[in-house]
Design a protein around this ligand. Sequence first.
Ligand SMILES: [Mg+2]
Length: 394
Amino acid sequence: MASARIVDIRAFVLRGGGADYHDQSDGHWIDDNIATPMSRYPAYRKSRRSFGINALGTLVVEVEADDGTIGFAVTTGGEPAAYIVEKHLSRFVIGQKASDIELIWDQMYFATQYYGRKGLVVNAISGVDLALWDLLGRLRQEPVHAMIGGPVRDEIQFYATGARPDLAKEMGFIGGKMPLRYAPVEGNEGMNQAIADLAEMRERVGPDFWLMLDCWMALDLDYATRLAHAAAAHGLKWIEEAISPDDYWGYQSLKKAVPPGMLVTTGEHEATRWGFRMLLEMECCDIIQPDVGWCGGLTELLKISALADAHGKLVIPHGSSVYSYHFVVTRHNSPFAEFLMMAPKADEVVPMFSPQLQGEPVPQNGRIAASALDKPGFGVELDRSLDLARPYKP
Ligand SMILES: [Mg+2]
């Protein structure tokens, strides 16, 4: 095992939900009148798919060792990420020892730095990195969590993201995060309606259940500040990704401007230790929310997490299913996790990356036992009955 070498890497594209969880059919809550930075354009107001939120699709990366063992991972990035994996990143993977994950990451990142650094390229790097961790776990017959320190608690507690926090409460989740449905372009009337919706949900869930608002980069500093103050009366726990992820200065101001006790969270569209260093050192937020499939993979998330810990901040990863769970269970500063409610009406628990992963654990009573993760690698299999397309070869 110690000498296992990687002999092949393959990149596939999949459509229809899964890691590209925005790639859903009509009528899904995740695409229903959610505020976005594109809300100012009437043609793109009602649906995020209308401006191409699902343009890329899922990237599947497979890595194969010389004994035939295969590791894989899924993330977003689709065909252009597949191109980057096959035509550029593959040279840093093939022929390497399966355990040389740190070396491979460093070469992938710095070889692409002239056109990468964030976004699509780092999604592709993340996909390769997660596939390498999966491969190493399968070679060692160990879960990924055991290779990064092991569980620090017996179970993971979840809050639910979706349109129905009231139903999430009944299902045992510790909180519910709703998408903001009114953008600044809808003026005071829109904000009043957003607050009325929050008040109604507070009425349904009672005083102690966590309620949060995910603003998906849709607001400006003034609007976000006014929204936060109006929402405080209804016990809003945090305001998420209120403004552009490029506006570190805006987040710094927002964090100072929100009512005492309300948390500012962001980071799902941030990447690498250097991006998160900006958020942490500029005191932009209370909780960082890296997505392990987008921020640079697990190798990078461990560095981001250590930096956050030293700053006294929590790391509550964005979505990303098993790829987050194996991390969260090993970190003291990740005391709970996000679960995306992917049922179209957010009225039942379904696997987050359905239909792509087999054996994907789901919360029961809002929890997943650490022991449910005790399988080699990330503990899931790729559903090979799906329409896997391989658009490029090296
Ligand atoms: Mg979010």
